[in-house]
Design a protein around this ligand. Structure first.
Ligand SMILES: C[S@@+](CC[C@H](N)C(=O)[O-])C[C@H]1O[C@@H](n2cnc3c(N)ncnc32)[C@H](O)[C@@H]1O
Length: 205
């Protein structure tokens, strides 16, 4: 069972009660299948829908903080008659503890996360020690963390955090055909502009 008892005052007040209730509602009305992948920051759903079609053996859940992208993704999912994907709206930091059982998630995809360039904003970056502790709790052993970014210093910082964490280790690219993954919206435009891609692939243990 997902954590429906999760109380709003257990975490910071930066989240709205509406967000909390939406995640609770999703958790109480949805039974996720055995194999679940999560995309954080799924934006307009381009990668999510393509991956769902390529990997019918998994259920793919997008977590996207901006409502308009969630609406658009849901429309695409419906239009393409995809029955192994969905999107929920809100902050992944709040969604993960409520929506998922411990050890439930197979793979996590984070494509082109916001870089938060200014040093004083680095604390807003997604990959932080506390967030990795959360992933450790919610992921299956041997689940994969697949991150791509066109921001070199951000890739270095994320690699450093993941390497420092005792439950993640670098994934051997030979163990997985990463080229077979679909392109996200941002990745497409980055390739068109010849911006070098940084791959940050780790495995959970
Ligand atoms: C730079 S965009 C990349 C979008 C998409 N992944 C791609 O590669 O085209 C980052 C996305 O992450 C979303 N986002 C940022 N922080 C988030 C969070 N804490 N939880 C969920 N979504 C988040 C943003 O709204 C945005 O859609």
């Amino acid at each position: 069972m997902a954590n429906l008892d999760f109380r709003f005052d257990e975490i910071t007040e930066q989240y709205s009660k509406r967000e909390l209730e939406a995640f609770r509602e999703f958790a109480s009305t949805t039974t996720l299948p055995e194999r679940v992948s999560v995309e954080i920051g799924s934006n307009r759903g381009r990668f999510l829908t393509a991956l769902s079609q390529d990997r019918p053996d998994h259920f793919h859940l997008g977590i996207e903080i901006r409502h308009k992208w969630v609406k658009q993704s849901k429309k695409s999912i419906e239009k393409l008659h995809i029955d192994n994907a969905d999107v929920i709206c809100g902050d992944a930091n709040l969604a993960l503890p409520i929506v998922f059982d411990d050890g439930q998630i197979d793979d996590i995809y984070i494509l082109y996360p916001d870089p938060w360039w200014k040093a004083r904003h680095h604390k807003r970056r997604l990959i932080q020690p506390k967030f990795l502790d959360l992933l450790h709790t919610k992921m299956k052993p041997e689940g994969r963390v697949i991150i791509r970014t066109d921001v070199g210093p951000l890739a270095d910082a994320m690699r450093e955090e993941l390497t420092f964490h005792p439950h993640f280790f670098p994934l051997d690219p030979q163990d997985y055909d990463f080229n077979a993954l679909p392109l996200s919206t941002r990745e497409r435009s980055s390739i068109e502009q010849d911006i070098p891609l940084n791959l940050v692939y780790f495995q959970h243990s």
